[in-house]
Design a protein around this ligand. Sequence first.
Ligand code: ARG
Ligand code: GLU
Length: 674
Amino acid sequence: MKRTLLLFALVFATALTAVADKGMWLPSLISSRIKDMKSKGFKLSAEDIYSINKASLKDAVVLFDGGCTGEIVSEKGLLLTNHHCGYDAIQALSSVEHDYLTNGFWAMSHAEELHCPGLKVHILVRMEEVTDRIAAGETRDDIIAKAEAEGVGYRARVESMYYGNEAYLFIYREFNDVRLVGTPPSAIGKFGADNDNWIWPRHTGDFSVFRIYANENNEPAEYSADNRPYTPARHFEISTKGINEGDFTMIYGFPGNTQEYITSDAVSYIAEISDPTKIELRTKRLDIIGAAQATSPAIRLQYAAKHANIANAWKKWQGEVLGINRLGTFDKKVAYEERFRKENPDKAYLLDSLTAAYKRNVEGYFNYELFSETLRGIELQQVVRIARHPKLTAEEKQAAAELFYKDFVAEVDRNLAVAMLTAYEKLSSYCSEELKALLDSHGGAQGYAEWLYDNTALGTIEGFNIETIESDPMAAFVDAIEPIQQRIRAYTYRNLSNIPDIERWFRPYVKALMEWDKERAFFPDANLTLRVAYGKVAGYEYADGEYHLPQTTLEGIMAKDNPEIYDYNIPQSLRDVYATKDYGRWGVEMYGKYTVPVCFIATNHTTGGNSGSPVLNGRGELIGINFDRTWLSTMSDIEFDETLCRNIICDIRYVLFVIDKVGGAEWLIEEMGL
Ligand code: ARG
Ligand code: GLU
């Protein structure tokens, strides 16, 4: 009896105090969440996360290459991010003689670190709300210009939150001397590749190591041999103590795009039109590329990154549609909207206006997505754009073209063009007169595409000639799709709901929601600005009776290891270490075995852009690098399901193990203070 009472009290108490782990919070406003964070195991203060008066954790987080996150882990600007985030830079530095993708790379001194031309990182100086300044008549450009004049290498952006109800200024320092320090071979960094992508249990060592360089005043500077490692205001300490189910976790990074507040109209567009169409189109492209890859190892390499990029969202959208249907997101939205109408009759017109705005814009947005997925996927048009580029010199154009042709096979592109033009002809309502004329004069898309590739001289680098390119039929193709591009320009927004004509109604609607729904914890949708999300290490029920443990180990890598399958063929050095069990200080007893921890999952609310983000324990110490979500989480940009959604993290101990035992780069471990 007593026991039952106690149990009742416990259940009741948690029901009252439990706040969902959902949400991506602005660091400057994190004080509003600190109480909840502390109740879940966070030991630091809001000022430790973000401060403009003293060094704080935010000084150790970077926006990496404009779309990923990275974290600084030493006082000499050493930077960790994902392997898939550093991939382009690593590929650009690789050649047949120095194939860093296949073999990995480890600098053994600063002198051996490799400059990555074009690679930039941004570190937030501060953020502040500028809603009032804009209301008072200052323009965004004025605000940005003022902010950028404040310091060397300053770059500023003004971003809308809550569909324009609030505006925030973000000031960054932009560093463009970034160097590659180390990367594991792809057999570790991409282990499992597309097969394992979006899947748990996972065994990918998805990390790479870079360093930020600065001038003698520790300011951003162009690359120079005289530059020195950047001294950050703050770097992350690393914890190798390990993690347990239930432990507090926090993620600090740059999530790119969520759609938490969209209405049922947008959900049905995504689940019934947009995702299915894009999936089908990408299936065609992947089939064509995959078939070509199967015929030749050279083509497999040339199209590896392209294939992975296309496959990533393709796979995610499939999970997203399943998830939306499984959760009944559409019906939930409809019910929520009905409640809103009933309880706010004077504001019901907002929903009507939103529906009308969607109706006005959905065709344009669909045509924009269709264009991106079909005509833009025809690669050879890029050399025409290179030749026409207004800012490049002739030598630069030649160099850009060489880079393009390095990973290009005309026969593959011809097949892509046939399939994509055929699909575009069938599905588009925005086709230009010019393109129609070209298609018609060759008996339709198929005939035109064949004719185009039979007659262009641009199939190989030898045919690339800036002087004569304008008379090539590929130039006429680019001209014919230009009017379509002009037309879709009105719809090139982050998502359907960000189109100004729709957002205009979203602004008062979301404002009304915030005034009305006091139960809901409102956070601004992700928009590639710095956010904090927190939760805990946790397994989950994958299917009836099938529980997924929250951690994986080296045993799982060995179980998947297969020299016959490219994506599961681990380096011999890793097999050797496993054979001797010589794990050094990285070995642990886990699941009843002496092994090395590899990946873990947690309940942090994340999305694309969070790749490479630092995952921290309650003391703000680095315990891992975020790189993915699980299959049942792929719809979380639209509906985050607390019980099932998990982000996937590479355990920092595996990162250190690989640097040490596979890379032999002990000097980096020392530099990280271990
Ligand atoms: N799914 C992860 C993310 O969205 C990893 C992507 C990289 N891996 C790949 N196979 N494409 O970006
Ligand atoms: N892999 C994603 C990225 O590149 C992060 C994972 C996700 O989308 O959750 O940002």
